[in-house]
Design a protein around this ligand. Structure first.
Ligand code: 5GP
Length: 130
């Protein structure tokens, strides 16, 4: 069965899109730890990030870098934190999280909520700079 992220890639499930090209997609995490918490995925469905073939794997990180550079211009932060977990969704993804302190990346913290309009506004502001 297709992962939830493949269904997002195929447009079956909506997302707040930040950037995409032929191989990669970046969109806002629906349960963000911080404003601008973004997921960057390969469109190709691969469960574990270190099983991605080399060129696509390098491309994923280069794409994430471009998104992170836009993110740090839009969301006030010290820098963009990066993590890879993948225990919930079996489709490789990189979390990009704007950080003011290291505790901003603590996944045990309660998640933020935004209205659809707020999510869209955040995504649009970042998307313009990618
Ligand atoms: P992980 O697999 O890295 O542990 O976590 C998966 C992440 O994907 C979580 O932060 C979760 O909030 C996010 N997520 C799960 N389902 C969806 C979804 O349908 N849409 C979006 N935008 N994010 C999702």
């Amino acid at each position: 069965m297709a992962t939830i992220f493949t269904r997002i890639v195929q447009g079956e499930i909506p997302c707040y899109k930040i950037a995409e090209d032929d191989n990669f997609l970046a969109f806002l995490d629906i349960n963000p730890l911080q404003e601008g918490h973004t997921l960057v995925i390969p469109k190709k469905e691969v469960n574990y990030i270190f099983d991605i073939e080399d060129d696509l794997h390098a491309g994923l990180w280069n794409f994430a870098k471009k998104v992170a550079k836009a993110l740090e211009k839009v969301i006030p932060c010290q820098r963009i934190g990066v993590t890879v977990i993948g225990l919930e969704v079996p489709h490789a993804h990189i979390h990009l999280i704007p950080l003011k302190t290291m505790f901003d990346m603590d996944f045990k913290r309660s998640k933020l909520t935004f209205t659809p309009e707020e999510f869209k506004s955040i995504a649009d502001r970042i998307a313009k700079l990618v």
